[in-house]
Design a binder for this molecule. Structure first.
Ligand code: PRP
Ligand code: URA
Length: 206
């Protein structure tokens, strides 16, 4: 399943992020706000279970989330989505995957992994702003599946058909959420029109 979340607020904020004149502070703030808006949609199908509570007026049956949510940002750039999602799901646990893309081969290289327990019983959201070749997302999903994860959502800001296809081929069971499906990858593996290097723009490293 691929869902492109084209809510006007998401698209408006993403347009500001794409603009090369937008500096680090506004880039980061827009990403944080988009993450929260996307989380609202991504969480739409989270399972709930009935719970007995007492309101000040009477007993009633309410509904509470019945599964643990684990957010797994792909370092570095995925960090930019973490706080926005956590504001909506404050009980979520957090795992981390460190991957960087070789600039020449575009292959992902792992440098860090740390996960909470019970991935097999959790709903795991892998988050990263960019889905380019899809190599990083496929590698990250491989890593969490090796640790037992079964229900996985991939949440990215901007993707291209090449990356979507790579994830769908490797992991047809994973739901993919984007804020925009862009046109293509250029010869350097950058998304066109995209927004440039997400990590560098979030952390001001270029
Ligand atoms: C970027 C981005 C993704 C990856 C996408 O990270 O944040 O993780 O590239 O490209 P792919 O789909 O072709 O694998 P990068 O490797 O530049 O690392 P960074 O987050 O540390 O900047
Ligand atoms: N990673 C980025 O940060 N931007 C792209 O356009 C592609 C990969």
């Amino acid at each position: 399943m691929l869902e492109v979340l084209t809510h006007p607020l998401i698209t408006h904020k993403l347009t500001q992020m794409r603009d090369q004149k937008t500096g680090t502070k506004d880039f980061r703030e827009n990403l944080d706000e988009i993450a929260e808006l996307m989380a609202y949609e991504v969480c739409r199908d989270l399972p709930t279970e009935p719970v007995k509570i007492e309101t000040p007026v009477s007993p009633c049956i309410g509904y509470a989330l019945s599964k643990e949510v684990v957010i797994v940002p792909i370092l570095r750039a995925g960090i930019g989505l973490l706080d926005g999602i956590r504001r909506l799901v404050p009980t979520a646990k957090v795992g981390f995957i460190g991957l960087f893309r070789d600039e020449k081969t575009l292959e992902p290289h792992e440098y860090f992994a740390k996960f909470p327990k019970n991935l097999d019983q959790s709903i795991v959201m892998v988050v990263d702003p960019m889905l380019a070749t899809g190599g990083s997302a496929v590698a990250a999903i491989n890593m969490i599946k090796e640790r037992g994860a079964k229900q996985i959502k991939l949440v990215c800001l901007v993707g291209v058909p090449e990356g979507v296809k790579a994830v769908q081929n490797a992991h047809p069971d994973v739901d993919i959420y984007l804020a925009a499906l862009d046109d293509h990858l250029n010869e350097n593996g950058y998304i066109v029109p995209g927004l440039g290097d997400a990590g560098d723009r979030i952390f001001g490293t270029k």
